[in-house]
Write a protein that binds this ligand. Sequence first.
Ligand SMILES: [Zn+2]
Length: 335
Amino acid sequence: MTTGTPGTVDVARETTSAAHIGFDVGGTKIFGVVTDHAGAVQRTLREPTPAGAAPLLDALAAMAERLGAGSRPASVGVGMAGLITLDGRVTVSPNLVDVDGADVGSGLSDRLDMSVFLDNDVNCAARWEMSAGAARGVRNGVMVSLGTGIGGAFMLNGEVLRGSGGLAGEPGHMIVEAGGRLCACGRRGCWEMYASGSALDRMAVERLGEGISSRAVTAAAREGNAAALDVLDEFTYWLALGISNLCILTDPEMVVIGGGLSEDWDLLAPSTDEHVTALLIGRSAESRPRIVASEAGELSAALGAALGGAQSQSAALGGAQSHSAALGGAFSRVT
Ligand SMILES: [Zn+2]
């Protein structure tokens, strides 16, 4: 998706060194990355996320200036936590302060005097995983990002699903327990209340005592502590419950796990796989989807935003599908 006035992309300046800028706007920090035309990372920046829409837009414009280092970028893409409409508005973003309802796409487009690509952060991460990460070659997959909440993205027939208004792919708010725990969205029993990083923190305190963090639980589980392993078994059951629902809906080849807990995926995978296998219907163990960790870690959404911006700009310059596809295929892996 692009916002802003068509024709504002300056073709003559396309061959500058600062080619494609991508941002990942999260609740506490903004990651910025600039790549060359082949997608290789040139520079990265990390800044705290300010409160309010206008300060956020000012911060992004200033970061774009620094990432460009005096050169006008060919494209700018932004991945943001929250529900982002196709026309670039943030409808709800529970982790960003005073940004709900803001027209971030147009606001940033005006500040930079160019079209800006805007999408949900996990949609952006999924775009990168399909291009250069864990889901290379995958046409039908699901991404699940386990952090404070649970973000998600559907990869369908090689594209990231946006839905009729841009709001598709929010599995964290699937209700998995009717009348269950109260979620920040105002409803009860949402998946992220049981299978996010925050949910594991809560389980750690409830089962093992005050002050015990999820990090302490995973560390103890790695040493074979039975109580810690029990907590992880309960956690991975809830995780598998949601994953199996997503698999029954979309029949994916692969499920990519992102977010902070993906770092412990080697520990969580065996038990999650076991529960998913027990919960799935109509599949043999051989035909169930592979569940793997993201390969880009914290940069995947920023890189995916840069990729989305590059593809969107390429399409705006005349629908050069082959150029767009080649760029997507070449977008750099993080090393
Ligand atoms: Zn919810």
